[in-house]
Design a protein. Structure first.
Length: 75
């Protein structure tokens, strides 16, 4: 579902506008929703840390892996 247009400033100083909206994201057997920017056709999709953490997955930059957060019992 596309929504409004948002401007992005790139490192080289150029400004481009991209549509954005909310989507359902399924990853490693988990489902969440998130706001995304729809890039140019053929651009590589990137999954950010916010979406990963919302389903209990963390990035381990040292080992270059994804890990599930351990379950924490509720009291």
């Amino acid at each position: 579902m596309q929504g409004k247009i948002q401007s992005r400033i790139f490192a080289n100083g150029t400004v481009k506008e991209y549509p954005y909206g909310l989507i359902r994201i399924e990853f490693m057997g988990e489902t969440t929703a998130g706001r995304v920017i729809f890039g140019e056709f053929g651009s590589e999709p990137l999954l950010g840390v916010t979406a990963l953490e919302s389903v209990g997955i963390i990035v381990d930059p040292v080992n270059k892996t994804l890990k599930r957060l351990p379950a924490i019992p509720l009291k």
